[in-house]
Design a protein around this ligand. Structure first.
Ligand SMILES: Cc1ncc(COP(=O)(O)O)c(C=O)c1O
Length: 349
């Protein structure tokens, strides 16, 4: 791998206590290009703008996918990537759906680990602190022919992050008009266009006072799918219910980790379709105890209020919510305070 280091590190000018998510990037990036049916040699170079043709297919047909993962610094200063194998598998699953060539495992992992070794000072200690890693690939071939490209660029950029919504509880709206994903579509892929398509309905929800949307199925808006960049969990009575992953729901890595940790804690977990009717019934009977979202950016985010058909419903304020208990368990693994699930941690040395 070729490595070109920056002569002007930006780190001294960064206020790590007041970070706005996704605005500040570390000193270096990783890049690797695909042409002539082959991935080339990867390169680490200073983070900077780059040249790209206005006819690059990504701008016209949106052929691009990405991943989101985090590196944590433990109390004794090890750097830990959380379940990166899962991100790697999902990266290629998303690529395949978007007719992008799969990236070889060694390029993905060499890029990540070398970049982390070089930019390690950007991974700060302490709960909520992490380095967010964004591997992505896009069709860089200059051509506006509406078919898949023959040239691609893979990159990894990193930004220091604090937890996404801090400790606030959010207000979400159950969507009844717009859809995020359809059967047979690309909802299970981290395709760039899935996110662009959410912005307009989410901006309407924001005007109405909600931070996020709970997406429902595209056929009749009866079953609950996921929210923004989170999978959803519902505590009804003494059961924890989450929708099964499908071709319209992203197979979240936090989701599968929380299912495992909840089962370890003897919580009864059901992965099955949950309808809005069931949710409203539980709410009316006083059995709906918690709703929380799970995702790399937020880890676990409790939902305080949900809106449905122009009415708002508040969740009870519990003394010991499952969301907090599970978040602590997961954080303890991520920050290496717990010796459990060693196989979920990739330590960078
Ligand atoms: C649409 C969507 N759902 C769910 C998630 C949560 O997935 P993960 O836990 O792997 O971050 C994400 C974030 O990656 C997402 O973009």
């Amino acid at each position: 791998m070729e490595i070109v280091l920056t002569k002007n590190s930006k780190i001294k000018n960064v206020d790590f206590e007041n970070l706005e998510f996704g605005k500040i990037f570390t000193d270096h990036l990783f890049v690797c290009k695909y042409s002539n049916n082959n991935w080339g040699t990867g390169k680490i170079m200073p983070y900077d703008n780059f040249l790209i043709s206005p006819s690059a297919r990504v701008f016209h047909y949106g052929q691009a996918i990405f991943e989101g993962m985090k590196c944590y610094r433990s109390d004794n200063d090890s750097l830990i990537l959380f379940r990166p194998d899962e991100n790697f598998k999902r990266f290629n699953k998303s690529s395949t759906r978007m007719a992008i060539p799969e990236i070889p495992k060694n390029i993905f992992f060499d890029g990540l680990t070398e970049l982390l070794k070089i930019d390690k000072d950007w991974v700060k200690k302490g709960d909520g602190n992490a380095l967010y890693l964004r591997p992505f690939v896009f069709a860089s071939e200059p051509s506006i022919n509406a078919s898949e490209a023959i040239e691609y660029t893979f990159m990894i950029i990193c930004c220091p992050a604090k937890s996404y919504y801090g400790n606030q509880k959010i207000k979400v709206k159950i969507e009844e008009k717009y859809s995020r994903a359809a059967k047979g579509g690309v909802g299970y892929a981290k395709a760039a266009g899935n996110y662009a398509a959410q912005f307009y309905p989410t901006s309407i929800a924001k005007e109405e006072g909600y931070q996020q949307i709970i997406w429902t199925d595209s056929n009749n808006h009866k079953s609950i799918e996921e929210a923004g960049t989170m999978n959803l969990f519902f505590r009804i009575g003494d059961k924890l219910i989450t929708s099964p992953t499908s071709d319209s729901i992203l197979d979240g890595i936090t989701r599968k980790s929380i299912i495992k940790l909840a089962k370890d804690s003897k919580i009864h977990v059901e992965e099955r379709i949950i309808t809005v009717d069931e949710l409203m019934n539980a709410q009316n009977k006083g059995e709906l105890m918690e709703i929380f979202g799970t995702g790399t950016a937020v880890v676990i985010l409790p939902i305080k209020t949900f809106g449905y058909q122009k009415n708002d419903f508040n969740l009870p304020d519990l003394k010991n919510p499952w969301s907090l208990m599970l978040k602590k368990k997961l954080n303890d693994i991520q920050y290496d305070r717990s010796a459990e699930y060693e196989n979920w941690k990739l330590k960078i040395s």
